[in-house]
Design a binder for this molecule. Structure first.
Ligand code: UDP
Ligand code: MG
Length: 336
């Protein structure tokens, strides 16, 4: 029998957790040919989330949980869930019931038909405001144009992943994570099924415009170097124009002499170029910052508690495939 893990990142979700568990249980009870396991990831919540998880784990043998030493963000929480889940496939869901558990049977159905990555695609974005909807649209278009991996549109983290996708995702330990892009990057056979995002059952969203903008920047800079190229192309263009203008000024001065004038033009050109330079520097800085963060090779999350045990080590013993990898490396090293 296949084991399916339900991975749920939770950050301050005390109001919804029990409701989430109850409703998901109702759905899972109808699926007879799979074994289910929950992997809740407490992402450093400051409310009663952890005690609730402890209780759920006591009451329901299917529930396991990981608790971070602080808030590491949803991306890290999802990765931790994938690291700790031992399963044939995993469903990633939000705790706030915006992702209806009623979709799980359909997802499993497609998985059984041979799809490795069954993702729920938002049928509409009516739940969002006008501005947010259009900004998101613009962002997707931009990303699509700039990046070589075609990022799926209107597809979130709500999906079922085959164990092969999971092991591929586990291998990617970059600290600037844009998981949505990573899902696309790993490839495999994908199936999109439409769904309607539900309103949050309780509690409130942790995303605001600022964090969404940051996520968008993250997505752009971690999936394409197009802005850098744009900066250089703009540089070439401006230099070319400058040479033409120089020739013009030079020739004009030769023919008509050089009455000192043109202060406004000079100022405009200077300001404009200054702006462009700062922009280009900023773009370089974005990427440099990413390289800097990446080069530290810090673990992506630290675990404080795992199923009621205080962790002796802050990370789980390395997942299977990485163990194989290090083992091979050791053998190679010995042979060298
Ligand atoms: N979440 C998390 N860590 C964070 C922020 C959010 O694990 O730092 C979880 C949160 O508990 C929820 C999911 O990520 O299960 C989606 O968060 P939220 O509902 O706030 O985002 P939205 O649905 O508005 O995009
Ligand atoms: Mg939500």
């Amino acid at each position: 029998m296949d084991t399916i893990a339900i991975i749920v990142p939770c950050y301050n979700e005390q109001e919804v957790l029990e409701q989430f568990h109850r409703r998901t249980e109702e759905v899972l009870a109808g699926i007879r040919d799979c074994r289910f396991r929950y992997v809740f990831v407490n992402d450093g919540s400051r409310d009663g989330t952890l005690p609730i998880l402890r209780r759920l784990a006591e009451e329901d043998y299917k529930v396991s949980y990981i608790s971070f030493s602080r808030n590491f963000g949803k991306e890290a929480a999802m990765l931790a869930g994938m690291d700790y889940a031992e399963c044939d496939a995993a469903v990633i869901m939000d705790a706030d019931l915006q992702h209806p558990p009623e979709m799980i049977p359909e997802m499993i159905g497609w998985w059984r038909k041979g799809y490795d990555d069954v993702c729920a695609k938002r049928a509409d974005r009516k739940d969002e405001g006008f501005i947010k909807r259009h900004l998101t649209n613009f962002f997707y278009k931009l990303l699509q144009k700039c990046s070589r991996t075609a990022i799926q549109r209107n597809v979130g983290d709500f999906r079922l992943l085959d164990r092969r996708c999971l092991s591929a995702l586990r291998l990617m330990r970059e600290s600037e994570r844009y998981t949505k892009g990573l899902f696309t990057w790993v490839g495999f056979k994908k199936k999109e099924i439409p769904f309607h995002v539900q309103p949050r059952a309780a509690g409130k969203t942790t995303w605001n415009y600022w964090s969404l903008m940051n996520l968008a920047l993250e997505g752009l800079t971690s999936f394409t170097t197009a802005p850098l190229r744009l900066a250089s192309m703009f540089g070439v263009l401006v230099s070319f124009a400058a040479i033409l203008y120089m020739l013009y000024v030079f020739i004009r001065a030769m023919i008509y002499g050089d009455p000192v004038a043109g202060y406004p033009t000079l100022l405009t050109v200077m300001l404009c170029l200054g702006g462009v330079q700062l922009l280009a520097l900023g773009i370089i800085g974005e990427y440099l910052g990413r390289v800097f963060n990446e080069s530290k090779h810090r673990p992506l999350y630290l675990v404080d508690e795992w199923n009621g045990r205080k962790m002796e080590y802050v990370l789980k013993p390395v997942p299977e495939e990485r163990r194989v990898e290090t083992h091979e490396k050791e053998i190679n090293d010995e042979n060298d």
